[in-house]
Write a protein that binds this ligand. Structure first.
Ligand code: SF4
Ligand code: SF4
Length: 426
């Protein structure tokens, strides 16, 4: 009973801390702009099954893609075992789900096999990160802390799998033929270890508690890590835009003005609301989907790797847009949610993301196409440009002339509209 109480208290602390973190995030979501979804739930479900469960986009790099997919699928299977551990811990029972008999044997065997696969996968990713210089893992947006975070998360996964295999192995040594479930890999490990009786029992408890404590700590570490995509990839892909990549949403305020002018009602409508901000200047102007994207980004660099601006030496790195958004939100979001007029004389545009970066984008959408989590960079970049153009009037020299031509001639060229058909007379 004492053990159950200790377990219960630890569970409450772990869930409580996670809940507190989620409240902080909710505060940040509250200051963002809402997004209206077009329904299409069936299509969204299909897309999520394909991209998240099927890992379709990650497979564009077949070798590492397959290893990542195996780690991901392994986690799904192992989560069933984690649920059982929680039930065991609360109820004080041994292997609570064993009543499922044949199904239980399949679940435990798959979990045991996947534990080794995930262990090898995490070790591979760790060695690759630490021992090889993979270009896409570097960039000015990735600080020393970002790199350490990637390694820490992989070490967590590694120790989680070691403790899982350890608890299965010592369970076999302790309960011998009475062990519930089927553990093909741990059976082999148990045959290599010369342990039984008291040592086996203590070994089992050591790995059991080690595993559960690691789960509690890892779950609370994830929201601050790039590995938060473990939780966020599913909602992010499900809620991602279903429009063609090149679709650029119109600005509602501008659309309204244009419609009023076209219908001739521009001067008869009484303006009731103050016009909002044009485009995005800081975190309070981004949409909830933009922020969800930032929380989901794994910093894998696949977007930057294919960005023509980045490849040709421009300052732009599409990954940086979302790394900066997440950092800036962490810096300003909680204060802004408490005091709506809060400001700190900094802004996402200019202080975090420079005008040069924004104007380097060709809007080719290669980044969005390549992102394994369906994050859309160009839409956010365009919204930041809209702010620069419409509120700051900061545009590259060449565009100024084009804007003046559109205003005066109704076309980007410098000729009068009356002269448009002159070429037919030559
Ligand atoms: S849309 Fe812009 S940021 Fe994305 S790949 Fe193309 S140039 Fe780079
Ligand atoms: S935006 Fe997508 S492709 Fe780019 S680093 Fe983040 S997860 Fe990777």
């Amino acid at each position: 009973m004492v053990v159950q109480i200790v377990f219960f208290l630890l569970l409450v602390v772990a869930i409580g801390l996670l809940y507190r973190t989620s409240l902080e995030m909710q505060k940040c979501f509250r200051i963002t702009k809402p997004v209206s979804f077009d329904g299409l739930w069936q299509k969204r479900l299909q897309l999520t099954l394909k991209v998240v469960l099927g890992q379709s986009k990650i497979m564009r790099k077949p070798f590492v893609g397959m290893i990542h997919a195996l780690v991901f699928w392994g986690f799904l299977v192992i989560t069933i075992g984690t649920l059982e551990l929680v039930v065991d811990g609360l109820s004080g029972q041994y292997r609570s789900f064993s009543g499922l008999e044949r199904i239980y044997e399949i679940i435990t065997a798959s979990g045991d096999i996947f534990a080794v696969i995930v262990l090898l996968g995490a070790a591979f990713f760790l060695v690759r990160r630490m021992g090889f210089h993979i270009k896409r893992f570097y960039g000015i947006e990735l600080t020393r802390m970002n790199k350490q975070d990637a390694n820490i998360a992989l070490l967590f996964i590694l120790f989680l799998m070691v403790s899982l295999l350890g608890l299965n192995t010592y369970d076999l040594l302790w309960h011998e033929t009475q062990t519930e479930g089927w553990y093909p890999v741990s059976n082999i490990l148990a045959s290599w270890i010369n342990g039984n009786g008291l040592m086996a029992r203590e070994g089992f408890h050591f790995f059991w508690w080690g595993h559960i404590l690691l789960i509690f700590i890892f779950a609370n570490y994830l929201p601050y890590s790039k590995h938060f995509h473990v939780f966020m990839s599913l909602p992010n892909v499900f809620l991602s835009s279903m429009k063609p990549l090149a679709f650029l949403p119109a600005m509602p305020d501008v659309t309204k003005e244009v419609k009023l002018m076209l219908t001739g009602d521009a001067f008869q409508v009484e303006e009731t609301n103050e016009p909002g901000r044009f485009g995005v200047k800081d975190v309070e102007d981004v949409t909830s989907l933009n922020y969800l994207n930032a929380l989901t980004c794994t910093q894998c660099g696949r977007c930057t790797e294919v960005c023509p601006a980045n490849i040709t030496g421009k300052e732009l790195s599409p990954r940086k847009i979302f790394v900066d958004l997440r950092n800036r939100m962490m810096e300003k979001g909680p204060f802004l949610s408490e005091a709506p007029k809060y400001h700190d004389d900094l802004s996402l545009v200019s202080d975090y993301i420079t005008n040069e970066e924004l104007w380097a984008c060709t809007t080719c959408n290669a980044c969005a196409q390549e992102c394994p989590l369906n994050i859309s960079h160009p839409n956010l970049i365009m919204d930041m440009r809209r702010y620069l153009v419409l509120e700051e009037g900061k545009v590259p020299e060449g565009l100024n002339a084009m804007f003046a031509n559109i205003e005066n001639n109704g076309a980007p060229w410098k000729f009068s509209p009356q002269d448009r058909l002159n070429w037919t007379q030559q």
